[in-house]
Write a protein that binds this ligand. Structure first.
Ligand code: BTN
Length: 272
């Protein structure tokens, strides 16, 4: 028997789903620890690419840099997918973050009246507040190629993060920004279509088109920023993103520093 989540979200999302790869296997769970962890297990077990797992609730959702990702049950789209882009080398893996960010942004804009912007490295913003986060986890086959990638995203849909004291005040949701509840099934279907189209384009070699679509939405460049690394922080102006997805920041001594993993806080320009 189907669960209520399968009946109301997964089955309607499956209806008229016309994808070649993404969501060919689509699994909906009322509750799991983490959809990324579940897909990782399937990846190690050799499951085919395109598997998508969506949860109504996560009990141990994971964010970037070892953080938690939490959202009330039934409020969000918490989904992960498995790709096997063995035609990418590990140094190109930032393209997968770009893929997720562009695919999800376009789907949201198709389904709502909201405009989505991006903050390096992998936040989706509406009106400057965080709407969604992306967590990409990779397995490589040596330095030469990727074996698989799990792309997880948590999208705040029908809840008010500003009402929750445990959530960062800079977080928001589609309901908060668009002024109405958003149909999670329709949004899920649009995301799967969008992922499929962009993944097929990427697989056929259209890296630059994806990079440009991502750059067109990126609001970080030209801004005064504070970069938080695991060992220290520094301030500067974000100037560019290199071929590997690294953020190039001109620091206060005039040196150009490239950051591959860190958090960015945008500051008023005078403070740079
Ligand atoms: C971030 O730190 O901004 C990334 C958050 C990614 C959260 C999603 S929710 C679905 C998937 N499963 C997880 O455990 N994490 C990702």
């Amino acid at each position: 028997m189907l669960t209520s989540f399968e009946q109301t979200i997964i089955e309607p999302a499956r209806y008229q789903l016309e994808t070649l790869i993404i969501g060919q296997e689509l699994l909906g769970l009322e509750q799991t620890a983490s959809t990324n962890s579940l897909i990782r297990e399937r990846a190690f077990a050799g499951v085919a690419e395109g598997l998508v797992i969506v949860a109504n609730e996560q009990t141990a959702g994971r964010g970037r840099r070892g953080r938690n990702w939490s959202a009330p049950a039934g409020s969000s789209l918490l989904l992960s997918l498995l790709l096997r882009p063995t035609w990418l080398v590990p140094s190109e893996s930032f393209l997968l973050t770009m893929l997720a960010a562009v695919a999800i942004s376009e789907a949201i804009e198709r389904e709502t009246s909201c405009t989505v912007e991006l903050k390096w490295p992998n936040d989706l913003l509406i009106n400057g507040r965080k709407l969604a986060g992306i967590l990409v986890e990779l397995e490589t086959a040596g330095p030469e190629r990727l074996r698989w990638a799990v792309i997880g995203s948590g999208i705040n849909v029908n809840w008010q993060p500003s009402d929750d004291p445990t959530i960062n005040q800079a977080a928001t949701s589609l309901a908060s920004e668009c002024g109405h509840e958003v149909d999670r099934a329709g949004l899920l279907r649009a995301i799967l279509h969008s992922y499929d189209r962009h993944y097929l384009n990427l697989r056929s070699g259209r890296r630059e088109a994806l990079r440009q679509a991502w750059l067109d939405r990126l609001t970080t460049l030209g801004k005064a920023v504070e970069i938080e690394l695991s060992t220290h922080s520094f301030v500067g102006v974000a100037e560019a993103v290199d071929q590997h997805g690294g953020l190039q920041v001109r620091d206060n001594t005039g040196q150009l520093q490239t950051v591959y993993a860190g958090d960015v806080k945008v500051r008023p320009l005078a403070q740079a």
